[in-house]
Design a protein. Structure first.
Length: 225
């Protein structure tokens, strides 16, 4: 996916992206301080938010190929199972009960399968949201801060899921995160934003070498410099 000269305005906030390439079959991360525009760009890619200028070349990706596990997951007024099978149903994909059970077991919430999803804790809802995002094995998956609410064991489980899907199905991922170190073993390319502006796209070494004041400061705060 190639984003060129994009500009979006939401109230007082302006997002500006010169050129940002999300190479397929890679694991990307959008990073930067609160309110710098990471989720906004993810929502623009999803088609949830509009942009006023620029171009997104989806390079053959269709709307239904792109999935978002959002920061605040929306749970249907249904059971955990119904929430998980929803993306399969709307895409008329086969439902494999064993696979659902496998994911629920991996996250330690198998016993919640037939419980009302809205009665789960927020971390458990995040787990359902991640399973719902990965179960249909779409080509492009955005995970917006969903790992941050998980316990340490579950973060490791989610990361293994991402690694496996990437290795087996070549899924492109965009992880939106505040913890660079905790996802460094997954991510191929970082895209750094500052106050609505896309500043740099590079690997971890590139971030460490950058002379940009904001990036240096950010990396120091992350204890990575
Ligand atoms: N629908 C909207 N209407 C008006 N302003 C919006 C809207 N959505 C987002 N914004 C503003 O856009 C800015 C960027 O928000 P965004 O959620 O993209 O930041 P973020 O980098 O994902 O932050 P965080 O790390 O806190 O999740 C914020 O100032 C926010 O108030």
């Amino acid at each position: 996916m190639k984003i060129s000269d994009l500009q979006a305005k939401l109230g007082d906030f302006t997002l500006a992206v010169d050129t940002l390439i999300l190479e397929e079959r890679k694991i990307h991360a959008f990073i930067g301080s609160n309110g710098c525009g990471k989720s906004t760009l993810a929502k623009i890619i999803m088609g949830i938010l509009p942009y006023r200028k620029g171009e997104i070349d989806f390079e053959g990706l269709q709307v239904h190929d792109i999935v978002l596990a959002s920061q605040k997951p929306y749970m249907l007024h249904e059971t955990v199972r119904e929430n998980i099978v929803y993306p399969l149903k709307i895409r008329k994909q086969k439902i494999c009960e064993e696979e659902i059970d496998f994911y629920l077991n991996e996250f330690g919430i198998f016993e919640k399968k037939f419980e009302h999803a809205r009665q789960l804790s927020s971390g458990q809802q995040q787990k359902v949201s991640i399973i719902r995002a990965v179960i249909a094995k779409q080509k492009f998956i955005v995970i917006d801060e969903s790992l941050s609410n998980l316990d340490i064991e579950s973060i490791s489980t989610a990361k293994n899921m991402i690694k496996r899907l990437h290795a087996e199905s070549g899924v492109t991922f965009v992880l939106i995160s505040h913890q660079v170190a905790s996802i460094a073993d997954l991510v191929h390319e970082y895209h750094f934003f500052d106050r609505g502006e896309h500043i740099l796209s590079c690997d971890l070494e590139g971030l460490k070498r950058s002379n940009h004041e904001k990036i240096k400061h950010y990396m120091q705060l992350q204890s990575l410099l």
